[in-house]
Design a protein around this ligand. Structure first.
Ligand code: UDX
Ligand code: UDX
Length: 459
């Protein structure tokens, strides 16, 4: 099928490349010329495992352009995956979505085109996008011009760092539209994923347990709400374990054991019960804020979702408070932070706990020393006022520091030769912000091991 994807961010690019790999003819449109130039040269502007490899394999089905007129005309499906950042009141900023819808309306001319919202949009935006499309279409075409279209919602559930895996082997596919014909088109588009009939890439074999993928086919508003409901649930699951972790601290329990013993209940599930400095990224913060803002429009409040946000912010502050308790004075201290990306295997820094923690430390008068194996380059560009604190090496982070905080659990950090660094530090204090290090081992090596969630060291 002929497909167009507007916006080559984490979501759009992954979607476009995966669909091309599955055999569709895909044109990716992005207004950013620099990104398009990179992509044309076979290089991805973002760090995402296997994306380059898959792009290479699917190159014969992929075109990159800045021109909507090269991608939209004749496409059976047009995905919109432009950014929808939060405004100060929690509502998403829809200006990019409006621009994209106007440009699509101007260029659409297929016999029947489904315009699919991949961007996370407030509930009800499908209808809003449809009205912009219609207005723009009628402005630029004669009323009798060919070009029938409908809007659908197809929320994505991919996690950065495992985006390709999540797209090719999803838990479910959700498609929502009030137009039955668009549901048929999307069903056809995803057939190979739904019945898992495609040949798996050699570097990402199909996991044994993956069988036919369930399809949830629904109306527009339900699909839009599913996206929010799922993300908010995951966010509050993490905040819940973090809240229990604080209590574990007080009563002297080991939160890792508590999480395991709780998560093995199939009704609860063990995933997303990893305690620590909490969630960041482009979705959880934005989507929980938007959910609350949407509910407020109906004079409805959502105390559970609101509490999840409060607990998450508290986790970041807790990182600073823990060090304050231990060091007594933060002014003039040197604090190393390992990891800047909001999670491992991505270079995404949006709403990263590390940035908040660094700022809180600086506000207390500490000097920070920052490191990330992949995201440092992006950090230099996006956080120029903190860039001077970047270190070239892990050695530099530890050297003469009063404490080091593990903020992002990159595998490289888990495998560090911790024995080598203990002597480099002024005071060998480690704050394990992700509850992933071995407290006994670090204590044996001479570190003072601190954790945000309950995990007694004297085990
Ligand atoms: C995605 C979704 O779109 C967002 O709604 C969801 O909540 C998080 O994931 P992401 O893919 O991470 O966002 O966005 P981003 O990396 O910012 O990429 C968006 C791209 O769209 C950029 O490359 C930008 O240049 C491009 N763009 C934006 C256009 O091509 N046209 C526009 O009019 C606006
Ligand atoms: C999330 C959703 O998982 C995905 O379905 C949606 O489409 C986009 O938002 P993403 O933000 O890429 O994906 O990453 P995710 O793996 O969900 O992690 C989000 C944050 O939660 C990270 O900062 C991570 O460190 C943190 N996290 C995750 C925890 O603190 N504990 C956990 O147990 C799991």
């Amino acid at each position: 099928m002929k497909v167009c994807v507007v916006g080559t961010g984490y979501v759009g690019l992954t979607t476009g490349i995966c669909l091309a790999y599955l055999g569709h003819e895909v044109t990716c449109v992005d207004l950013n010329q620099e990104k398009v130039d990179l992509l044309r040269g076979g290089r991805s502007p973002i760090y995402e495992p296997f994306l380059d490899e898959l792009m290479h394999e699917a190159a014969h089905n992929l075109t990159f352009t800045t021109d909507y007129a090269e991608g939209v005309p004749g496409a059976e499906v047009v995905f919109v995956a432009v950014q929808t950042p939060s405004l100060p009141d929690g509502q998403p900023d829809l200006r990019y979505l409006r621009m994209a819808a106007e440009s699509i309306g101007r260029t659409i001319d297929g016999e029947f085109t489904v315009v699919v919202n991949k961007s996370t949009v407030p509930i009800g935006s499908g209808n809003w996008v449809e009205s912009i499309l219609r207005e723009s279409f009628e402005q630029f075409h004669s009323r009798r011009a060919a070009g029938e279209f409908a809007v659908a919602s197809n929320p994505e559930f991919l996690r950065e760092g495992s985006a390709i895996h999540d797209t090719l082997y999803p838990d479910r596919i959700v498609i929502g539209s009030d137009n039955p014909r668009s549901l048929d088109v999307l069903n056809r588009l995803y057939r190979a994923v739904l019945n898992q009939s495609f040949t798996a890439p050699t570097f990402l074999p199909r996991p044994e347990e993956v069988g036919a993928v369930p399809l949830v086919s629904t109306d527009l508003a339900s699909a839009e709400l599913i996206k929010y409901a799922a993300n908010a649930f995951l966010a509050l699951k993490i905040s819940y374990i973090n809240e229990i972790g604080k209590l574990a601290n007080k009563v002297g329990a080991d939160i890792n054991q508590v999480a395991r013993g709780t998560g093995l209940d199939a009704r609860i599930g063990s995933r997303f019960l990893q305690p620590g400095v909490g969630w960041g990224g482009s979705c959880f913060g934005k989507d929980t804020a938007a959910l609350i803002a949407t509910a407020a429009e109906y004079s409805y409040d959502m105390p559970i979702v609101s509490a999840a946000r409060v607990v998450n912010q508290r986790q970041r502050e807790e990182a600073v408070n823990k060090l304050l308790d231990e060091l007594r004075i933060l002014k003039g201290r040197k604090i190393g932070l390992l990891g800047l990306a909001f999670k491992p295997n991505t270079d995404d820094l949006r709403d990263s706990p590390a940035i908040d923690i660094a700022r809180l430390m600086i506000a207390r008068g500490a000097r920070v020393k920052l490191h990330d194996p992949i995201a440092a380059e992006r950090f230099r560009v996006e956080e120029p006022e903190l860039a001077a604190s970047l270190c070239e090496s892990v050695d530099e982070v530890f050297d003469d520091s009063d404490a080091v905080v593990l903020v992002t659990e990159w595998p490289q950090y888990l495998e560090l030769d911790w024995g080598k660094y203990v002597g480099l530090m002024r005071t060998p204090i480690i704050l394990d912000g992700r509850n992933v290090l071995d407290p006994q081992r670090l204590s044996r090596l001479g570190y003072t091991y601190l954790t945000i969630a309950g995990r007694p060291v004297g085990l």
